[in-house]
Design a protein around this ligand. Structure first.
Ligand SMILES: [Zn+2]
Length: 324
């Protein structure tokens, strides 16, 4: 199974008193505190991993339909650009899913590399094996990006190499090949829900699906609040965010609500390039590209996150929608 695993505990944080936060931001912006939303606006670049196939496919759905649902949702929320990070092996395994890549390009969204087989850098048999897998992932992307720059890599599992030699070796190879790394700062762990959602869809258990969605959207709100507080702790401000989502049935079903929650929280959608121009994304790190950006920076700079409350857990999904 293919997941971009992120530890929810990494998003532990402390909430500021909302009135103080609102006032401080309004003063910082030199504006009257007319609306908390306007004062708390922040930029978000949306990115989608694991094209063309993430997780199990419920009966009656198609990968093409899931891709088009994503594209329609991005358009409805005026997301100007969403990088789609591709595992080239999926279109060999499921050739019909290749249409997702063509639809993505027709909608004006770029494609980047997520390695051929979703190979984690730390788990690869060797650095060279990982480089070979990343290289094999290029053909499906380059063929569809024409003259546009497609050399952007999202590490599978956000694994930029636990071992310094392997990290530095991969970083040197990526640089020599002209790649940029697409960091992540915001995730709602959508990957964790996919298999249970497919099972519940196949079973037709609408009550279980409704409960999953309600729990997920509560987590979305809590993680947005946690992200603000974490960013304040680490940077003294809300930095522009890069959101990680996945090209799966759960993502397609929930992205409209997720973006509505982000809209309500003050999100303004931006391109990855715009977000990565922020100083927070240009800070050098001995572990560049590894894990989540803000947590990595906290570790690099020795900023303690102790005492911050945890983001709510995903919950026990494994028991849902099993045969009775
Ligand atoms: Zn992935």
């Amino acid at each position: 199974m293919i997941h971009c695993k992120i530890q929810p505990s990494q998003l532990e944080t402390k909430l500021l008193k909302p009135r103080i936060l609102t006032l401080a931001l309004a003063l910082a912006a030199g504006a009257a505190p007319a609306s908390a939303h306007a004062a708390a606006a922040f930029d978000v670049a949306v990115t989608v991993d694991d094209l063309t196939v993430h997780g199990a496919l419920p009966r009656g759905m198609s990968w093409t339909g899931i891709g088009r649902s994503h594209i329609a949702t991005l358009k409805a929320h005026r997301v100007p650009q969403a990088w789609g990070f591709v595992n080239g092996k999926r279109i060999v395994e499921q050739p019909e899913s290749a249409a997702v890549l063509d639809d993505w390009r027709r909608a004006g969204h770029p494609l980047g590399n997520h390695t051929y087989s979703h190979l984690g850098l730390s788990g690869a048999p060797s650095l060279q094996a990982w480089i070979d897998d990343a290289t094999a992932g290029e053909a499906a992307i380059a063929a569809r990006m024409a003259n546009a720059d497609w050399r952007v890599l999202r590490f599978p599992f956000l694994d930029g190499g636990a071992d310094p030699a392997r990290h530095d070796g991969a970083a040197a190879w990526l640089k020599s090949r002209g790649y940029r790394i697409a960091d992540v700062s915001l995730s709602f762990d959508d990957w964790a829900y996919g298999d249970t959602y497919a099972r519940c869809m196949d079973k037709g258990d609408q009550a279980a699906i409704a409960a999953m969605k309600a729990g997920y959207l509560q987590r979305v709100d809590a993680i947005i609040a946690a992200t603000r507080a974490l960013s304040q702790r680490v940077y003294g401000r809300m930095i522009p965010q890069v959101l990680l989502t996945h090209m799966g049935p759960w993502g397609a079903a929930t992205l409209p609500d997720v973006l509505a929650r982000l809209d309500a929280a003050g999100a303004r959608y931006a391109t990855l390039e715009q977000v990565q121009a922020d100083a927070a994304y240009r800070e050098p790190s001995p572990r560049a590209g590894n894990g989540m950006l803000m947590e990595r920076r906290a570790q690099d700079a020795g900023i303690g996150l102790a005492g911050l409350p945890l983001a709510p857990p995903v919950g026990k999904l494994d028991a849902l929608c099993r045969q009775e």
